[in-house]
Design a protein around this ligand. Sequence first.
Ligand code: AMP
Length: 418
Amino acid sequence: MTIDQFNFAGKKAFVRVDFNVPLDEKFNITDDTRIRAALPTLKKILSDGGSAIIGSHLGRPKGVTDKFSLKHILNHVSQLLGVEVQFANDCMGEEAAIKAAALQPGEVLLLENLRFYAEEEGKPRGLADDATDEVKAAAKKAVKESQKEFTKKLASYADCYVNDAFGTAHRAHASTALIAKYFDKDHKMFGYLMEKEVKAVDKVMNDIRRPFTAIMGGSKVSSKIEIIENLLSKVDNLIIAGGMTYTFTKAMGGSVGNSICEMDKLDLALDLIKKAKEKGVNLVLATDAKIADAFSNDAHTKFCPVDQIPDGWEGLDIGPETEALFAEVIKHSKTILWNGPTGVFEFENFTHGSRAVGEAIVEATRNGAFSLVGGGDSVACVNKFGLANGVSYVSTGGGALLEAIEGKVLPGIAAISE
Ligand code: AMP
């Protein structure tokens, strides 16, 4: 079932959203992007004449914690939605059940933070550090047992289930995946945001227009191994950027000075180079670097060949030759995936490479390429450089997007699709 096909008139929908927004010390929302992202779904339900029971997590509470209460965002959600949203102080218990049952078409109920209950994540809490394996196993079994009741209760509030929380789609939690089994396939669906994310991922994983170029940046190769390996069987060009460059350079016998370099991953880097060759993937590595004599925005800088970095200096961004090399590949691509900056973009003096990559992606997009940016810092990059509107899609899911491009099945997606 798709959300556009479904008529919510007279129906109550349990909508799992990701309202895990940042709050300042006075509980003001400092960035409401995630709430705004769920509005189209909520508005469709209400304009059809349905009602919505909203479930979300906020932060990582270890139990009931005022700091992580969703009551802090209630007024803002009401304002954005243009409806006075009701609140249940506990997502379980009588109050929630009564309020959900009494909900009229056009009305909205926000449930208290689902993660106030260990059952949401299905992980035991409060175990002593020295708990034995037996105790741990028993606690895990107990929480898994009570998780069934918890999930069933959440499902009992509604006639249909809408998952619009891509950010938690890689978690098999009660409200993100397990709940779906209480609804038949005609009564569960993705929300609009989730639909867009799933389509975008599909375009780079399955429905690929070639040439397909992935740009992998960030700090360490160790955190991106599975992604790189999965991408090697999909892409035509794999651009390696960021801190992981130097592990490759070192592995090939170059001098990297003080650059970030994982000495225990040199063999892995060589193996990835070999695999790329075997699969006919054009592995594009930096040829020059912007180097600094300290890890600081104010350090002295110069450019040098990437494999001739002197002692006492470190590569903090790509150089102009590499920028041109990367841009050339990107501009000739029809599908583009960008994850991770080319350098320490938090320092103004080392943003140039990431900006150049972003601009090349925007140009390729203008010429008809599909471009997906996501998975953490590259989103911050496109926002910082004001390029977000020039790419095809900026993903809202950090970990979820990374797992999807690792080729993993995301429980939140599978639960709806099955
Ligand atoms: P990741 O979370 O793996 O995507 O890495 C993002 C981080 O990588 C950012 O905070 C960047 O500052 C960092 N980074 C990128 N290039 C370098 C580099 N050459 N040296 C050190 N850190 C880097």
